[in-house]
Design a binder for this molecule. Structure first.
Ligand SMILES: *[C@@H]1O[C@H](CO)[C@@H](O)[C@H](O)[C@H]1NC(C)=O
Ligand SMILES: *[C@@H]1O[C@H](CO)[C@@H](O)[C@H](O)[C@H]1NC(C)=O
Ligand SMILES: *[C@@H]1O[C@H](CO)[C@@H](O)[C@H](O)[C@H]1NC(C)=O
Ligand SMILES: *[C@@H]1O[C@H](CO)[C@@H](O)[C@H](O)[C@H]1NC(C)=O
Ligand SMILES: *[C@@H]1O[C@H](CO)[C@@H](O)[C@H](O)[C@H]1NC(C)=O
Ligand SMILES: *[C@@H]1O[C@H](CO)[C@@H](O)[C@H](O)[C@H]1NC(C)=O
Ligand SMILES: *[C@@H]1O[C@H](CO)[C@@H](O)[C@H](O)[C@H]1NC(C)=O
Ligand SMILES: *[C@@H]1O[C@H](CO)[C@@H](O)[C@H](O)[C@H]1NC(C)=O
Ligand SMILES: *[C@@H]1O[C@H](CO)[C@@H](O)[C@H](O)[C@H]1NC(C)=O
Ligand SMILES: *[C@@H]1O[C@H](CO)[C@@H](O)[C@H](O)[C@H]1NC(C)=O
Ligand SMILES: *[C@@H]1O[C@H](CO)[C@@H](O)[C@H](O)[C@H]1NC(C)=O
Length: 371
């Protein structure tokens, strides 16, 4: 992981690089799963167990998993500790929330610098911490800002003097960004007072700092001389959080039989590299591992895009088989008619993942099973 310091970082500040690898996960439409009698969703947001609306619907560990479902201007929205939650993924072990941004504006009438919002988060004693899929973003033409967290102070310098801002590029010209390391569960954003917009307020009166999902951010030069950034994210910027059940390892958690969270049959336990554990359905199953019988068999035969089968598909528990009709055999993921030996077949372009293909000989029905 590379941390790019633009121009300058105060010598007293430090930053430690950690590498954390997060497995990218496909997000298919899979039924969520709640405790009986508990609401499936709050407004548009699905609330899968271990999360729940209210204490009786949520898991009880050392950490609270309960959310509040509040009415915001006629729309129901879930909140965790007053932070709006926009998505929870059991499969990925992640949640998305809207968190604040910091702004600094020069008021040329009074000659004062105004700070009218602060990027801040506090997830101590909660199942959450910041995912490394977030970035620290600083927007401004003469701005140095930092994320001061439970572990590190990290910041960068953004200028328009000598480096022209370019749409879509956050690399020093009007915008700079830094990686978010692992193990961050609280932070505040703040500006270095030695840098401000007092001399350039006509072209760029405000600066911003935010910690937000890298994928969700695209720099626009209009952010420098308008309120577009602040207006776009007035309800908060999207932030990705990782969550775990407890900080125990799987081994330790399994020994505490009454509190072990992976209760579904066909579920497995995964240790998070940063500490703690989460549950998952076993390979070939999908659903909610935190609920009794929450993991259900995937019927691979209904999804020939992910699980291509050129012949007869047969779903089995946790897997499937694929065979060719009588008189055909499978080669390179295609069923082709049996032929007399010595006869030259035309080459067939295979378009199936190799894991599904078993090379077979020239006879009758052949099976291939995924690993
Ligand atoms: C569950 O398993 C899938 C597929 O193996 C993987 O992509 C995902 O990251 C796992 N989720 C958790 C919470 O471990
Ligand atoms: C509620 O809606 C009104 C009118 O649409 C709007 O002016 C107000 O800012 C909204 N309040 C919140 C908290 O979103
Ligand atoms: C933001 O933080 C600054 C100091 O870091 C403080 O002066 C200011 O009042 C805070 N603003 C808000 C809106 O909390
Ligand atoms: C811009 O850079 C030039 C040369 O590096 C310097 O002389 C000037 O003071 C800078 N202007 C501002 C506003 O920082
Ligand atoms: C940059 O993108 C914004 C919209 O995101 C657009 O309004 C603006 O004209 C673009 N500027 C340039 C220089 O392309
Ligand atoms: C702006 O920053 C300069 C130093 O770069 C400082 O001398 C000045 O007092 C600051 N202005 C305000 C209003 O804080
Ligand atoms: C902002 O700056 C761009 C060029 O940098 C200019 O085209 C645009 O008109 C400016 N917008 C405002 C509101 O000043
Ligand atoms: C940003 O938006 C918030 C909420 O709408 C508002 O209170 C604040 O004054 C705005 N700040 C700037 C710099 O536009
Ligand atoms: C996948 O299934 C659909 C509907 O059952 C069918 O129309 C399509 O041809 C199949 N595609 C492949 C590659 O087998
Ligand atoms: C499909 O698989 C099941 C269970 O493995 C087996 O009992 C059944 O005979 C198979 N059907 C076909 C058509 O292969
Ligand atoms: C199957 O694939 C192998 C290696 O990719 C190739 O050598 C062979 O000719 C292919 N057979 C057919 C029938 O396309």
């Amino acid at each position: 992981m590379k941390l790019q310091y633009t121009r300058a970082v105060l010598a007293s500040l430090f930053c430690v690089c950690l590498s954390a690898v997060w497995v990218a996960a496909a997000t298919a439409d899979i039924p969520a799963g709640q405790r009986p009698g508990c609401p499936e969703r709050c407004g548009d947001v699905e609330i899968p167990f271990p999360f729940g609306i209210g204490k009786h619907c949520a898991m009880q560990t050392k950490y609270p998993f309960d959310l509040d479902c509040l009415d915001v201007n006629g729309t129901k929205k879930p909140f965790y500790n007053n932070n709006e939650v926009t998505k929870i993924s059991v499969q990925e072990g992640k949640a998305w929330m809207k968190l604040g941004i910091s702004s600094q504006c020069y008021d040329h009438v009074t000659g004062h610098i105004l700070y009218d919002s602060n990027a801040t988060a506090e997830f101590g004693d909660s199942p959450f911490w910041l995912s490394t899929e977030n970035k620290i973003i600083v927007i401004g033409c003469q701005t140095m800002a930092y994320m001061e967290s439970n572990a590190y102070v990290i910041g960068c310098f953004s200028t328009c003097n000598g480096s022209t801002p370019v749409n879509g590029s956050c690399s020093g010209g009007g915008c700079c960004q830094m990686d978010v390391p692992g193990h961050i569960y609280s932070y505040d954003g703040y500006f270095d007072e030695d840098y401000n917009d007092s001399k350039i307020w006509r072209s760029s009166p405000c600066s911003y700092m935010a910690v937000m999902e890298d994928k969700a951010f695209q720099f626009s030069t209009t952010y420098l001389n308008s309120t577009v950034f602040n207006d776009t994210y007035k309800e908060g910027v999207p932030v990705v959080l990782d969550w775990v059940i407890t900080l125990d390892t799987c081994e330790k958690a399994k020994s505490k039989t009454t509190s072990y969270a992976c209760v579904s049959t066909n579920s497995i336990c995964n240790d998070d590299p940063s500490g703690g554990y989460r549950c998952n359905c076993s390979h070939g199953y999908e659903g909610n591992p935190y609920i009794k019988d929450g993991c259900e068999d995937i019927n691979e035969c209904l999804d020939n895009v992910t699980y291509p089968c050129p012949g007869i598909c047969n779903n089995t528990m946790g897997s499937f088989t694929c065979s060719c009709h009588q008189g055909n055999y499978m080669e390179n993921g295609t069923c082709i008619p049996n032929r007399k030996s010595g006869f030259l077949a035309l080459p067939i372009v295979g378009w199936f993942p190799s894991s599904v293909i078993t090379r077979t000989n020239d006879n009758a029905n052949h099976l291939c099973t995924p690993i």
